[in-house]
Design a protein around this ligand. Structure first.
Ligand code: AHR
Length: 324
């Protein structure tokens, strides 16, 4: 009898130990986040989303590093994360190339690197675990397809006359600038009368978007469409168009990307025609990915963000619920 009581005690103690282990708080992870800067409303929303999501989970400590648009600052930050032996690195690449050696160092130190928003070039993707964010090529295609439908619905394009388009590119060499250009060009290829008359970088900022648009207008006012790789540049350019005595959204069709509140306000005011959504609210996805990683789950090679498109037909209804 006593023997069975002892066995029972051992079983109960073992079960308690097992369930305690199962419900034990996860090991605290230190995560280094190398962000590129704060060039746009979008970027600010992205940074806040990541910081809030990690602050809400006490099992993570986030070390945030702002590179202020300098690649060398990002390389230094990643090296310091490696030296501190962080558990994982979250990384947004300012431009696609030039990070191979430092990412190889992280891989050698067995620190997983999770890309967020902007990826690195193909040849360096072997050093990172996964990438979460938007399909920038698709965004460019959505912009082009919207333009085709809009011109058709307004009877403005029967293929016989040139449609003059100017482009404000994002930061040279960055994934969204390369891919949004490619996506839009894919649609342009189907419309031989669409002419890209000028294309220059505005660095994703409002001030440079405005300055470049001023230069475009000074050189030639014969512009039908502005395609800006983000809303921030579109908003700056709208200012330049107004100062040149023209009406943005009417005299010049304005296409932006991101879906920031400023663009919604401009659409409601009739000064911007469309914004292709690119969500910066990546924080919750990032935390979940790192929880999964810590729990030794396999992450998918690509984590996509689902996004829409907004123009003057639905901007006013959507504006009150916009989060960024
Ligand atoms: O990488 C995403 C892009 O970067 C956003 O479109 C832009 O606004 C930001 O600066």
């Amino acid at each position: 009898m006593k023997k069975w009581a002892n066995v029972l005690t051992i079983v109960v103690v073992a079960m308690m130990a097992l369930s305690a282990a199962a419900f034990a708080a996860p090991k605290t992870w230190v995560v280094g986040f190398s962000q590129i800067g704060s060039e746009s409303e979008w970027r600010t929303a992205d940074t806040i989303s990541v910081q809030n999501a990690f602050n809400d989970d006490p099992s993570f400590i986030l070390i945030y590093s702002d590179a202020q648009q300098k690649q060398e600052n990002q390389i230094k930050a990643i090296r310091s994360f490696i030296a501190r032996k962080v558990n994982a690195i979250l990384f947004t690449a300012l431009v696609e190339t030039g990070y191979g050696p430092v990412l190889a160092e992280a891989k050698k130190a067995k620190i997983p690197v999770v890309m967020i928003d902007r990826d690195v070039a193909k040849e360096d993707q072997q050093y990172r675990l996964t990438i979460m964010g938007s399909d920038f090529v698709k965004e460019g295609e959505k912009a082009g397809n919207w333009l085709a439908d809009y011109l058709k619905s307004k009877g403005m394009d029967d293929g016989s006359k040139d449609i003059n388009i100017v482009e404000l590119q994002g930061t040279t060499g960055s994934a969204p600038a390369i891919d949004r250009k490619t996506g839009f060009a894919n649609i342009m290829a189907k419309h031989p009368n669409w002419k890209m008359t000028r294309s220059q970088t505005g660095n994703f900022t409002s001030s440079e978007g405005k300055a470049v648009m001023e230069a475009f207008l000074k050189a030639d006012k014969n512009i039908d469409v502005l395609y800006a790789h983000n809303d921030q540049m579109a908003l700056g350019a709208e200012q330049a168009i107004k100062e040149a005595g023209l009406q943005p959204g009417k005299d010049i069709i304005v296409i932006g990307v991101d879906g920031v509140k400023g663009a919604f306000e401009a659409m409601v005011a009739g000064e911007q025609n469309v914004s292709v959504e690119c969500s910066p609210l990546l924080g919750p996805q990032a935390v979940q990915a790192l929880r999964d990683l810590r729990a030794k789950k396999t992450l998918p090679g690509r984590i996509w963000t689902i996004e829409g498109i907004f123009d003057q037909t639905n901007a006013a209804a959507a504006l009150p619920s916009r989060q960024y």
